[in-house]
Write a protein that binds this ligand. Structure first.
Ligand SMILES: Cc1ncc(COP(=O)(O)O)c(C=O)c1O
Length: 459
């Protein structure tokens, strides 16, 4: 029997993260004066040890021992061969997934929540604030804070708060406090509610609220934490791809195709960046970030400078953006409803090192259900977007008669997303594709901002 699960021992767990900033050129984040942001400008928001990581150009960064100890609760994560899915698709392709749903909160998010909580703790911080879309990030940070004895306050996008009441209970189980966003607790929240009292909320608004809550606290003991987008978040997630590379080495294979869904970019980056490094060193590998057609940041939005949040509290980041005022339609993949994208992922797209794709909600659910019925595990709605492309690639391999090796990131389980599955089974979910007019409306917001340069790494 061919190995179904490729496992690593705890001793084989990577001891260092891979920092892609050592290998690519980036436009700097800009402050309100249009000049590159200085580390001290970010100090009220993040602890200095994380700010240093955010701007580090050291290729390999040691993972602190206390972080490794917590990660080892569920890591190394298995690399699983999706044999039953392969059979159902009658494909010659070999499909593997990195199962990140085995963490306590059920997703890849604690890979960065744990180090972020640790670095805050050693910096003397007592309380963390954050936003959450689908609830996975809020759960992950609540869990991580509980591991290091920190308080956690989570602003959860209202549409998800209403759709997923058990996420709030999960956060409460780890001692986290969760409120729906927009809330009346912050100026950014109150302004959003004044504009539209029935707004479904957005990640952009929730980020503004969480930053404001951290900075306004005034005690000096509260900091904000972001679950995606930033360089240090991508860095922490690379443990996924570094493990996957070792697992493929064990079975003497190397992937032809690497796939991950992309909301802010972190689970995709986590799996993909170590393979991007290989690609920059000459390996042949196709790398696909996948996003929803309803929020097509990488596939349709321009590469610009824009804020990461709605109120404009964050620096201007060089990224693909639908405009920071963008309120996405309430489709059922909460974690993929973000207007922007990680600057590092955006940069790789502009350089053609990775190729973004978008899929519709119904194609995503169809692939998710096919996978549940074959592999057994029920994927998170976000993960189903990666699956839709995996299914497409496996069918293409069949047409071409090629025995490709495909790997994708199983970014989370869908066991708290069953309401969305229920709506899919009842035929209530519809496809929604963002129109060019809507995209043009979003663009008006950053029209007068500085423009990032088109940089080419290695030149
Ligand atoms: C299970 C899952 N997958 C993917 C994502 C998308 O985020 P990112 O692109 O940062 O991985 C989320 C975000 O909430 C998520 O919960």
């Amino acid at each position: 029997m061919e190995a179904r699960k490729i496992l690593l021992t705890e001793d084989e767990m990577p001891r260092r993260w891979y920092n892609i900033l050592a290998d690519i050129k980036m436009n700097p984040p800009l402050g309100p004066d249009g000049k590159p942001v200085k580390a001290e400008d970010l100090a009220p928001v993040f602890p200095m040890n994380l700010i240093e990581q955010e701007v580090s150009d050291q290729r390999w960064i040691d993972i602190p021992e206390p972080v490794l100890e917590v990660l080892a609760t569920w890591r190394p994560a298995p690399l699983v061969r999706a044999l039953s899915l392969e059979k159902a698709l009658q494909t010659p392709a070999k499909i593997y997934f990195k199962n990140e749903s085995v963490s306590p909160p059920g997703s890849h998010k604690p890979n960065t929540a744990v180090p972020q909580a640790y670095y805050n703790k050693v910096f003397g911080i007592e309380r963390m604030t954050t936003e959450t879309g689908a609830g996975q990030w809020g759960s992950a940070l609540s869990y991580a804070c509980s591991q290091f004895g920190l308080e956690c306050k989570v602003f959860m996008v209202r549409v998800s708060f209403d759709q997923k009441p058990y996420r709030k209970s999960m956060m409460a189980a780890w001692g986290g406090k969760c409120v729906p966003s927009p809330s009346t607790e912050t100026r950014a929240g109150r302004e959003a509610l004044e504009k539209d009292p029935h707004t479904p909320g957005s990640l952009g608004i929730a980020i503004s609220e969480a930053i404001e809550a951290a900075v306004a606290d005034g005690s000096g003991k509260t900091r904000y934490s972001l679950g995606s987008v930033l360089n240090h978040v991508m860095l922490h997630q690379t443990i996924i791809g570094l493990e996957a590379r070792k697992q493929f080495e064990k079975i003497g294979l190397y992937p032809d195709v690497v796939v991950g869904c992309a909301g802010g970019g972190s689970n995709f980056a986590g799996l993909a960046f170590p393979f991007v490094l290989d690609k920059m060193n000459g390996k042949q590998v196709e790398i696909y970030p996948v996003e929803p057609a309803a929020c097509p940041t990488l596939t349709k939005a321009p590469f610009v400078y824009d804020h990461g949040d709605t109120a404009g509290y964050t620096p201007l980041l060089p990224m693909h953006s639908l405009g920071h005022a963008f309120v996405p339609p309430p489709f059922h993949a909460g974690g993929l409803r973000y207007h922007g994208m990680a600057p590092t992922v955006s940069q790789l797209v502009t350089e053609g090192l990775i190729t973004p794709r978008s899929v519709t909600q119904l194609d995503a659910y169809q692939a998710g259900v096919l996978t549940a019925r074959t592999e057994g595990f029920i994927p998170a709605p976000e993960t189903t977007h990666a699956l839709a492309v995996v299914v497409e690639e496996a069918r293409k391999a069949k047409e071409e008669g090629k025995q490709k090796v495909i790997v994708f990131n199983w970014s989370g389980h869908g066991l708290l997303d069953l309401g969305a599955y229920e709506r899919y089974f009842c035929g209530e979910l519809e496809n929604y594709e963002l129109s060019d007019t809507e995209i043009a409306q979003g663009e008006s917001i950053f029209r007068n901002y500085p423009k990032p340069k088109l940089l080419k790494s290695g030149s």
